[in-house]
Design a protein around this ligand. Structure first.
Ligand code: IPE
Ligand code: IPE
Ligand code: MG
Length: 263
């Protein structure tokens, strides 16, 4: 994986925080110890395809900004009402609720500002489109709204995970393929890898979450079956990787890390 410090440097290449409260909140959330899974995946996949450039770096940082905003809003009292994130006070606890709402908004705007500073080109615009559509009302936000409504069943729970978690991972993995202008059938395989790995990522998150709520795999199907599902999805991820003629060993490493992760 790309070292976290490299991602940190990249973030501040495109983000110049000021002294105001919202800037400080953005910086607090961007610096609070996230694993940088999505930007690392995007950059490493781009490296495997040989297409790392300023546009790709912008897309990677923007994806982390969107992810960070989604967590700031996810923790708000009207959503999951979490006082802690990554072992530190969540944004609305460290600052206040209004600042947290605006901080999330500002991070989403920052993502748009960063990508719109890239060099245009048909494939780049397709990447921007995919990223914002995967995180929008047909993607991550759709997952969040389904989550609030309650899953009701195992199928419902998968639908939530595919949207709220996996679509951001799909962006990370398929954007380099879109940027390279690979044929659609290939881009679809990158998408399948992202979906399997993304749902696996959520199952692992639920297994780690001791206070799993109503919409957790552990609550709905139990610990044993969740662990089995995690193994199955990891297997499918690796199977899909074999269909591609590229060295994507960093994705396999992440899938195996996810299988045993403790944070
Ligand atoms: C947390 O994602 C939310 C989920 C979708 C499971 P991460 O565990 O990747 O979050 P950070 O950025 O590393 O804290
Ligand atoms: C958050 O999901 C996923 C988002 C898309 C924001 P969870 O609520 O399951 O994740 P944590 O446990 O707060 O990180
Ligand atoms: Mg939450």
């Amino acid at each position: 994986m790309t070292a976290e410090t490299d991602i940190d440097k990249l973030i501040y290449k495109y983000f110049a925080p000021a002294e105001d409260r919202v800037s400080q909140a953005m910086k607090y959330c961007l610096d609070s110890g996230g694993k940088r899974v999505r930007p690392s995946l995007l950059l490493e996949t781009a490296r495997s395809l040989g297409c790392v450039d300023d546009n790709i770096c912008r897309l990677a940082v923007a994806l982390e900004c969107i992810h960070t905003y989604s967590l700031v809003h996810d923790d708000l009292p009207c959503m999951d009402n979490d006082d802690f994130r990554r072992g530190k006070p969540s944004c609305h606890r460290q600052f206040d609720e209004a600042t947290a709402v605006l901080c999330g908004d500002a991070l989403l705007n920052l993502a748009m500002e960063i990508v719109s500073g890239g060099t245009s080109g048909e494939n780049y615009l397709k990447c921007v489109n995919a990223m914002f559509s995967n995180s929008g009302f047909k993607g991550m936000i759709r997952g969040q709204i389904l989550d609030l409504a309650g899953s009701g069943s195992f199928e419902g729970l998968k639908e939530i995970a595919v949207n709220k978690t996996a679509k951001m991972i799909v962006s990370a993995i398929s954007i380099p393929a879109i940027y390279m202008g690979l044929p659609q059938y290939r881009i679809e395989v990158f998408g399948q890898i992202g979906t399997n790995l993304g749902v696996a990522y959520q199952v692992a998150d639920d297994l780690l979450d001791e206070q799993s709520g109503e919409n957790s795999f552990v609550t709905v199907i139990g610990k044993e079956r969740s662990a089995e599902l995690l193994r199955q999805l990891t297997g499918k991820t690796v199977e899909c990787l074999r269909k591609l003629p590229y060295d994507l060993s960093h994705i396999e490493k992440l899938a195996l890390f996810n299988l045993r992760r403790q944070f």
